[in-house]
Ligand binder design. Structure first.
Ligand SMILES: [Zn+2]
Length: 269
């Protein structure tokens, strides 16, 4: 494809991602409270002024307002633009991958993008509330079944048994940690997310799925170690594990197959 066209498509995906990120901010603030994400319209939590369209443009409004409410000048949390930027980056990467590697199939790409987008919201919610709300996690089961089902029916390259086995291994492993630690080492929310992450990676191959699980624990150990050494956490601190599962999944999704190819090529020599 013409590089200029590709750049336009990637830019469009980023803008769409930023708009969806803006919606994720609503999800992040309301879902843990059990509130509707549709109504009422967004208001400043301090002065209750309704946020008008011109103050609701992703990232741009935050910069124009210099991070403060237009009416009462209360600081807007930095997580708002960060979530919008993160979602824009994820959508831009997705567009880049689909354009450069069409063989992965549109169903698998779309499923992965929905999961990645949900994981952004789940990461922020888990950091704030130490919970992974079922109303976000359970619909992802349907997304995985539909995505992999369509991919299988339309004959896209993929490993159906890898998906089933990946889901089983992630669930048994995280479920075992949850059960063995009586919920202290691993929350039940993490276990509910396991089949989604294990199956979606397993479609690439069981090795990619296992790499994702391994990567989650390596990233978790490194971050927890850094927090302990820097004194920002103690041995008693409860560090939510959802963000590490999300990070391990993302790493394996993007480079797991490549890493496995490099590793197995090394074994051949
Ligand atoms: Zn205000």
């Amino acid at each position: 494809m013409n590089p200029a066209v590709s750049i336009v498509i990637i830019g469009f995906a980023a803008i769409l991602g930023a708009i969806i990120g803006s919606f994720l901010n609503v999800v992040i603030s309301r879902v843990p409270e059990g509130e509707s994400v549709v109504r009422p319209r967004s208001r400043c939590p301090v002065c209750h002024t309704e946020i008008g369209p011109r103050d609701n443009i992703p990232v741009v409004s935050y910069l124009v307002l210099r991070g403060r409410c237009r009416t009462c000048r209360t600081l807007i949390p930095r997580s708002y633009p960060l979530v919008e930027i993160a979602t824009a980056v994820v959508w831009a990467i997705a567009a880049l991958v689909i354009l450069t590697q069409p063989s992965i199939g549109i169903a698998y790409a779309a499923m992965s993008l929905v999961i990645a987008t949900a994981l952004i919201a789940l990461t922020v919610i888990d950091l704030r509330t130490h919970r992974l709300p079922r109303v976000i996690v359970f619909p992802l089961y349907a997304v995985v079944v539909a995505g992999l089902g369509i991919a299988a029916v339309t004959g896209d390259a993929g490993d159906a048994w890898g998906a089933v086995l990946g889901a089983a291994i992630w669930t048994v492993f995280l479920g075992g940690l949850w059960w063995g630690s009586r919920g202290r080492g691993m929350g039940f929310g993490d276990v509910t997310l396991a089949p989604v992450l294990g199956a979606s990676l397993g479609w690439q191959s069981i090795w990619v799925s296992l790499a994702g699980l391994l990567a989650a624990f390596i990233i978790g150990a490194v971050v927890a170690g850094a927090l302990l050494i820097s004194g920002r956490a103690s041995r008693r601190s409860r560090i939510p594990f959802g963000p590490f599962l999300a990070a391990g999944w993302a790493v394996a999704l993007l480079v797991g197959q490549w890493a496995w190819d490099v590793y197995s090529a090394g074994l051949m020599i």
